[in-house]
Design a protein around this ligand. Structure first.
Ligand code: NAI
Ligand code: MG
Length: 468
């Protein structure tokens, strides 16, 4: 059926609707089961590719290949040689950056301004990892044992790494898993999210072109419960590096117990923004709004709970709602778009479920709250602001992963800190004030009281300039 299209920009060499195989042992192969799944553009529903659907048997094959490469050719690579491979990969990513970033926009919907905007970060990361290949080293240790005994530590690669990533920034997430593995001399099996596997597959092609030996980088797309779970439980995998939801993180910890794998987890949040009445509203409004609306709220550190002092509560809520209303929601390929669609129909259902729940729970809808009227297809949601939210309600406690903000009144430092810390999550926080002492004091106490779902807690301190 022909459909009128405002934006004709959908042809992409890698997303031309064709069948994409998986990368195992340097070769592109179909799934052992012969199964495949579809990858669609969440802005239009258009088919981008059918993708080989890996499961336990493909993971077995990839682990065998990764082990062989780890013990074989890759172990002979000197640090300078691994560095060179990473620098070549960085050059290739740079050359193909526009293609890779538009692939992310097509596959998961983020605005092209956002995906193109990651250029420096992505390339900088890869080149930083290249530097790490020659920089990580052990120590010499004085000892008091009798006789002449020399003690030292050697840093050795962990071995075969299973890397499991989500869909909210596929290119960047692929690089920050594959980069460290290559820098340290590990081999890796990358399992991209089923919602957006294309940039990871393309990165696999570029890794081969950069001279990564067969089996060092394997890319096995597939579902979490099958391919992901098989990777997390596999006795031949030495470490799992995971980014995604805390529930999946918990199941990965359990699955990894069989051979006591090393596990690193980068999980979710329900991050507080505290807005004190003295804050510069012109800076705080866009700051707080984009902390939750960027990437349609699909960011681990999204500032989804906003605590505002009574004195400015109504004004601030209205201004953030108006800011959200003014954002251009649409197809990510349009350079003017500021907010793209959610990644999938499932995610749309999840988020609309929370919108209904917010209304049931008695919150006041101050802006948004539904699907944009001007978009008749795609998984779009308006930037939404709920006011007078109870911090114990579901919308204020669960990670929604959509452009949905809960504004909660809180007066004074002590009350704001207590209520902001009343959550099981602890990932990120922002403080808006013109009082620098209060900013540091508040941020520190938010950190200390946070329940750590993440090993490293990041404080994002947004300070407005001090008045002259
Ligand atoms: P998810 O955590 O289930 O998926 C992330 C990755 O884990 C995907 O590659 C998936 O295939 C894999 N996976 C799923 N189940 C697995 C298992 N049992 N063993 C091994 N790997 C498994 O997240 P999902 O389902 O995509 O999104 C659900 C919710 O999770 C979102 O609405 C959001 O709240 C949260 N989430 C948070 C992220 C963050 O960065 N904080 C990223 C993705 C999701
Ligand atoms: Mg899932």
């Amino acid at each position: 059926m022909a459909q009128a299209q405002a934006i004709p920009l959908t042809r992409h060499a890698f997303a031309d609707g064709s069948f994409k195989k998986m990368l195992i042992d340097g070769k592109w192969v179909a799934a052992a089961s012969g199964k495949h799944f579809e990858s669609r553009n969440p802005a239009t529903g258009e088919l981008l590719a059918t993708v080989a659907e890996g499961d336990a048997e493909d993971i077995n094959r990839a682990v065998t290949a990764a082990r062989k490469a780890f013990e074989g050719p890759w172990s002979k690579f000197k640090p300078f040689e691994r560095q060179l491979v990473l620098l070549k990969l960085a050059d290739l990513v740079e050359r193909h950056f526009d293609e890779l970033s538009s692939l992310d926009t097509l596959d998961m919907g983020a605005p092209i301004s956002r995906t193109r905007g990651t250029r420096q970060r992505v390339l900088g990361m890869l080149r930083w990892y290249a530097g790490q290949a020659t920089s990580i080293h052990g120590e010499t240790i004085p000892n008091s044992l009798p006789g002449e005994i020399f003690s030292y530590t050697l840093k050795e690669p962990v071995g075969v790494v299973g890397a499991i990533i989500p869909w909210n920034g596929p290119l960047g997430a692929s690089i920050w898993k594959v980069g460290p593995a290559l820098a340290t001399g590990c081999t890796v099996i990358l399992k991209p999210a089923e919602e957006a596997p294309l940039a990871s597959l393309r990165l696999g092609e570029l890794a081969l072109e950069a001279g990564v030996p067969p089996g060092v980088v394997n890319v096995v797309p597939g579902y979490g419960e099958t391919a992901g779970a098989a990777l997390a439980a596999h006795p031949g995998v030495d470490k799992v590096a995971f980014t995604g939801s805390h529930l999946t993180g918990q199941s990965i910890v359990k699955a990894s117990a069989g051979n006591l794998k090393r596990v690193s987890l980068e999980l979710g949040g329900k991050s507080p923004d505290i807005v004190f009445a003295d804050a510069d509203m012109d800076a705080a409004v866009p700051g707080a709004a984009m902390a939750v609306f960027a990437n349609s709220g699909q960011i681990c550190s999204a500032g989804t709970r906003m605590f505002v002092e009574q004195k400015v509560y109504d004004e601030f809520t209205d201004r953030v709602a108006a800011f959200g209303k003014g954002l251009r929601v649409g197809n990510g390929l349009d350079p003017e778009t500021q907010i793209g669609p959610l990644v999938s129909e499932q995610q749309l259902e999840r988020v609309t479920g929370y919108l209904s729940l917010g209304k049931q729970e008695g919150a006041r809808l101050a802006g948004g709250g539904g699907r944009p009227a001007h978009l008749n297809r795609g998984y779009f949601i308006e930037p939404t602001v709920f006011a007078n939210v109870d911090n114990r309600s579901t919308i204020a406690q669960e990670e929604i992963f959509g452009p949905v903000l809960s504004v909660i009144p809180a007066d004074g430092e002590e009350a704001a800190i207590q209520i902001a810390n009343d959550t099981v999550y602890g990932l990120n926080n922002s403080v808006f004030t013109n009082d620098i002492d209060r900013a540091y004091r508040t941020a520190r106490r938010l950190l200390r009281a946070s329940f750590l779902y993440l090993p490293a807690v990041l404080a994002l301190l947004l300070l407005n300039p001090l008045p002259a």
